[in-house]
Design a protein around this ligand. Sequence first.
Ligand code: SAH
Length: 259
Amino acid sequence: MKNGKVYLVGAGPGDPKLITVKGLECIQQADVILYDRLVNKELLLSAKEGAELIFCGKLPGRHELIQEQINQLLVEKAEQGLVVTRLKGGDPCVFGRVGEEAKELAERRVPYEIIPGITAGIAAPAYAGIPVTHRDHASSFAIVTAHGRAEKEQDFVNWKALAEGIDTIAFYMGVGNLSRISQQLMAYGRSPSTPVAIIEWGTTNQQRTIIAELATIEQQAKEQQVESPAIILVGNVVELRKSIRWFDSEISIPSLASL
Ligand code: SAH
């Protein structure tokens, strides 16, 4: 009855060349592309002529409705026999709701593939000259979101475990929660002098990196008017930027004067 298929594809973190070969092929072959806000629009230039491009930017407070509509569209288009590429920023399995979309497809017996991508929590630090692990400085790395929980008084983050047990922590969707992130880590024993980097628009030509310590990062971020999307990276590996900074090395950033 149907030969449609859905590809759930990671578009990479920003630099359009950081998509996988397989991901790019999915863009080139798709009849329909549904893409998120953080996907670099340059990638859409590779779509074939006549491909339908559908923007799925999420409206604040209306996630559920929108997500349901997206799920529905994926199923409908595939059932019409079309090749559908669902493009998500970074990796689709990292805060990308791929689990919900794939579940819907599985339940409706629509064939699909998941194509991984390069996630911002690793790529943005890399472009800032910060490897998330290092033989001498960090043997563990966690990807965390503290998004929106504080206001709702539900906090699913195990702050104690993070503060005590994880060397490098990448916080996603954390700009509005910076105060809570730094307070909690220090409350559970992480040193106030732990280096922190905030990397805004990582891997794009707007990339900006702000360096401070746990105790000072909130203030720094305010002064520098940090905005989303940004990765907040906590851990001693941040120090490595001093010696291996590369991508943004020509840009002079006042807050880095002391480095
Ligand atoms: N699936 C994506 C993450 C989606 S959640 C991935 O794997 O990267 C959205 C969050 O990702 C943003 O709030 C921000 O914290 C982070 N992010 C995405 N793109 C980014 C970029 N270019 N620079 C910095 N952070 C980014």
